[in-house]
Ligand binder design. Sequence first.
Ligand SMILES: Cc1cc2nc3c(=O)[nH]c(=O)nc-3n(C[C@H](O)[C@H](O)[C@H](O)COP(=O)(O)OP(=O)(O)OC[C@H]3O[C@@H](n4cnc5c(N)ncnc54)[C@H](O)[C@@H]3O)c2cc1C
Length: 511
Amino acid sequence: MAVESFFWWTEEQKELSNRLEKFVESNIELADKTYWAKEYPHEIMNQISQLGLMGVAVPKEYGGIGLGSTGCCIVAEQLGRLPGVGNLFVISMLAGLHQLLKFGAKEQKERWLPQIAAGKTLGTICITEPFAGSDASNINTTAELVDGHWVINGKKRMISAAGIATRYLVYARTKKDDSDLEYTNITAFMIEKGTPGFHVEKINSLIGYDNIPNGYLDFEDVVVPDENRIGGIGSGWEVMMSGLNFERLIAAAVVSGSMIDTIKFLLHYTDRRVQFKQKISMFSNIQMDIADFIAKSNMVRLYTFYTAAELDKNIKIRMDKSSIAKLYSTEWASALGLKGIQIMGGDGLTKFYPVERTLRESKIGEIVAGTNEVQKLIVYRTAMANRKNYKYPYRIVMDPEMNIPVQSAKESQFRDIEINAENILKVLADDYRCNPGLCMTINDLMACTNGKKAAIIQAVKELDEMQLVYVYKSEKGAASMVKANYEGLRKAFPREYYQWFPKGYDGDKLF
Ligand SMILES: Cc1cc2nc3c(=O)[nH]c(=O)nc-3n(C[C@H](O)[C@H](O)[C@H](O)COP(=O)(O)OP(=O)(O)OC[C@H]3O[C@@H](n4cnc5c(N)ncnc54)[C@H](O)[C@@H]3O)c2cc1C
């Protein structure tokens, strides 16, 4: 078996993965040819449609296979082994499937989901514009309600499957004002190929995606019925984010498939290349490098399929989970492409072998669907929104018996002291012993002393007036952090109080 199953997959999901392995093997040659010829892989995409795979995550009631996010990731992973094909699958899935399932009205589901399931329509998503990239809320394409119909005007760019796709999920601004409410003025529309006024403007020549056209779209007075609006007026941001979340997860599965095959190729290659009278696979640096990527590919798979399983169990997953999957899958796949080339020497640089392609395609992955920097922002902001999960529950304090710094959750020796400037200075000066470069927050002081906030702030104010502390103030001018300055330290305790030496540094070695 080329791609391992996970123990929690259902029999149907395992069978799907096995079946797809044979499909991949019998189509790899054709996929390679389309990639070289820079031609859209029509024949393979038709077969995928006929097998019903475009409907893998479409519920059975709408003609799909109904294998959920896990099924979708299984298909994506296997198709990710065919150049371009996995990405086309993702592009089409993200262009409305999840958004329709979550935000679509019943009639909209009945209209589009059976078409998606039957593979009769290839979709793509249209967010990016000349002036709106990472800042996706800054879109300028407008949608104006005229006589009950929407009139769309604007340009989109970097759109995958431009011209080939038949179904375009377009995000447009539905209110023309400069208010700060950028996020609430966006609305999603499904626009079909052939709608008057809707044109492809340009096709890009890219580093990769050789068999997937990518280009600019122009919308000139394109009239769209209100029935094509997905979600509420002004709720486009929510629709977009939820779609991107799903996309990033299945995109990670595509990358997983490509990583697995790249590793297999490298093992094959290094067992056949002889230098210094030995197979280069015998060199330990090459073994270490390949082992590193085997480990990373395992991590990508595990994280991706675990997150998919959570989605299928209706566990509300945090947005950062699919960002993490996308971030590390693409970053590690790019690193694999780069290292793979190095492992193969000059051969790695030729297009006769598939490894340079791994690098080119993964580099795209690091930018598409939100750059990896944006994914890191999402991860950080999600952590900040769930700050309590990351609360450091200890203080670094000097253990009175062993006179060593320890992490402690115990009550401070200063608990319940009277709150006045003198005592607060002592707390700050004592903190200097272990945390000489750090301020204490007002909350830290409250936790330490069990004192009231107002009283602590008053004491800090007095210390500030006496120039015994440095006070870090918030934008509004309120004291938020404080530390004892040189004068403050001198006033609080004698110099000896702060001295601390590791064993062996006592006695006459020091002055
Ligand atoms: C092959 C390909 C296919 C694509 N397909 C589609 C598609 O089908 N539909 C679609 O809508 N879009 C598509 N895109 C567009 C893609 O989503 C954008 O390219 C991407 O979101 C980045 O936008 P940008 O290219 O304008 O870069 P910019 O946003 O201009 O970013 C430039 C640099 O600034 C950094 N940066 C930006 N903002 C921040 C910040 N706040 N903090 C830190 N760093 C920041 C970025 O990380 C990047 O390094 C595709 C792109 C590619 C390459």
